[in-house]
Design a protein around this ligand. Sequence first.
Ligand code: SF4
Ligand code: SF4
Length: 434
Amino acid sequence: MSHTEPLGNFKSEDAPHYDDVLQCMRCGFCLPTCPTYALTGRERSSPRGRVALARAVAEKKLEFTPAIKEEAFFCLDCRACTSACPSGVRAGEVMEVCRSQAHAFYPLGKMGKAFREFILQKMVPSPDLLETSMLPTRLYQRLGIQWLVRHLKVLKLGPEWMEKAEGMLPRLEKPLRPQLPLLTPARGEKRGKVGFFLGCVMTLMYPNVSRNTVRVLSHQGFEVVTPRETKCCGAPHLSEGDRETARQLALFNLDLFLAQDVDYIVTDCAGCGAALKEYEELLEERAEHDRLARFRSKIRDVSEFLMEVGLRTEGLQEITASVTYHEPCHLCHAQGISAQPRRIIRQIPGVELREMAEASWCCGSAATWGLKYAEDSRKVLDRKLENVKASGAEILVTANPGCQLQLAWGVREASLPQDVLHLMELLGRALPPD
Ligand code: SF4
Ligand code: SF4
């Protein structure tokens, strides 16, 4: 998707491939699938328009203007357009590459740069620092300050994103990573050994999900290796246009997991899974092809994995509930995994799957997009919540922490009755007690 040769008016580092912007035949099949086009009705905010802008830069017909920078960041990178495109154009990924170009053309000021570097290059790559950074928030929640702030509606005075960010916070627990065993034994007849990729957002915000993923894998007969050194997959860096830090993290995780004696590498986070599967492309000039191919061949989303090996359903307890499923963009569009989570839901005794309309339409979270464009995000979310409501289901299931944060917040704000769970939490409820 990116290369280091000069391409038209792009800077030389990390420019899109010309082929990727040339393939668009302007058919418009992608238009009805694009949330930002639905919001604005503007051609430049559509996949077709964005690819046309990138092509014009590549062909030296246009400079890399502020409008292109805006579109690069306004794109949700939801990849819905890729699923719809008959030519295989990946407008979201072209825009992701354009974000790093945007930083090259329009560098941040001193303060902004220092802040960005601290967050992306120091804090996020360090699991220890990330966990420590959560301590003030845990105190804020436990000392009653959060209650006061919410009760007095103090954050209504600030920008919308701040109130939303605070409102989205689930109750934080002690970091899970140091508590999870390095090796969890298989239960029943052993079927293999898997490495568990511990996603940083998932484990910090929803440790119960990671805990349940390990339980499920173990109950399914797999020995689970959880390397504590695992670092962020690099998805937040790609999303913010810092491709170099993403590469450093990818190289670290590649070495770490290839050194483990495991049959598969499993993740419960759609965003991590998509990023891990794209290491091959990200590192094409930095790591040996056979190592990248070996790593890629082992990566599985947990739902993909369970359907591939076959879900053992004996011993699953009945859950009498109706469930609707929201498809994370990075699961259905980026990884093509759509049927597997539904098949798991259907195999849980007692569960009724009620399809919502537009299940694969973005929820409006998209990493920091939901905060940067809080008002637009709200509109995208409202459309999703209408469909959740119409399903009449008791439980809303998803498979990505970003979606879960956004949906749980939306459901609370709209006073909807649904519980919002990750697929592994739902399946975990059906497991016999440990
Ligand atoms: S991006 Fe694909 S679907 Fe959209 S106009 Fe171009 S070729 Fe058609
Ligand atoms: S990735 Fe999503 S937001 Fe971006 S152009 Fe494609 S459909 Fe639109």
